[in-house]
Design a protein. Structure first.
Length: 141
């Protein structure tokens, strides 16, 4: 959950939630942060994170495990950027071929009409993820 406190000592009731609260609704955490006056701290940390320049391309290209990249077409990540990310995994470089031998072990799914807020409640999520998870691992076919 949310970590750190306004005094900067690295502790917070938000990060000290009990196990029986683990399944609590996110709104409970938000309410706690609002009650504790921590919204400015949280938003400042998010802003700081979003302003940092980061380039994961070298690290991502080293991942060899089958990977499914899943985005909504109205997500914060533009579809063109999702495609570039997919290419870092070796996907989209060439035609997969009739037999699939030209395909990488990564997949890209851009689901229509969804954002990163709505994607989790869409039935398209399960119907997209399930075949990927049930597919045989490369080398085990």
């Amino acid at each position: 959950m949310v970590s750190g406190d306004p005094r900067g000592n690295g502790t917070s009731r938000c990060s000290e939630r009990r196990a029986d609260e683990a399944d609590s609704d996110v709104s409970d955490v938000c309410a706690h942060c609002a009650e504790a006056g921590r919204w400015p701290v949280l938003l400042t940390k998010i802003g700081d994170l979003l302003r940092k320049d980061y380039d994961w391309s070298k690290d991502v290209s080293r991942i060899k495990a089958p990977t499914l990249l899943l985005f909504g077409d109205a997500d914060a990540v533009p579809p063109a950027h999702a495609v570039q990310f997919f290419e870092l995994f070796g996907g989209g470089k060439k035609d997969g071929g009739w037999d699939g031998s030209g395909m990488s072990n990564s997949r890209l799914a851009i689901l229509p009409g969804l954002t990163h807020y709505t994607i989790f409640s869409s039935p398209m999520l399960a119907s997209t993820v399930t075949p990927f998870l049930e597919a045989p691992m490369p080398g085990n076919m």
